[in-house]
Design a protein around this ligand. Sequence first.
Ligand code: S3P
Length: 168
Amino acid sequence: REIPLKEQSIVLIGFMGVGKTTIGQAVAKKLYRDFIDIDEEIERRFGMPPKEIFAKYGEAVFRQHEKEIISEICHKKLKVISLGGGAFLQKEVQDVCLATTTIFFLDLSWDSWKDRISLLIDSRPVLQGKNMEEIKQLFDDRQPIYGQHHSRVVTDNQEIEEIADYIA
Ligand code: S3P
């Protein structure tokens, strides 16, 4: 590993709406580190949110930018970084994160997750136009991509502070 473990950035992965951003902010605060949300970083650089990038340019353009930004940011030391739920669809993203950072997979069961759906549907283009069965399918299909992690954190019935303490 080129970056010593103690200096590596912490990367949070997992499905949309499991709490990567909220938990990431809490971890960063505990460790006195900067927090970087990749979706926000894409929005800042692109001048529009992921939803609009999807609508205007398509998913492939979004993924390309996502990949480039993650590859750059993962090399920074001592950050806490949350990735978008689809970032790990790209092998290059998995490889660069595995090589340079410590990856925590925030795992939430379908039963706990499905109650959050109404909060997510407006802003998440990959959920739009899908019925519950199709969303469950996407949820199940996505779980294996999160297999490339250094640590799995089961978040069902856990407070944000408890999860953040564990990671920190
Ligand atoms: C996506 C997840 C979103 C965002 C984009 C695509 C996905 O991030 O990157 O809407 O494909 O799962 P969150 O996981 O933060 O919702």
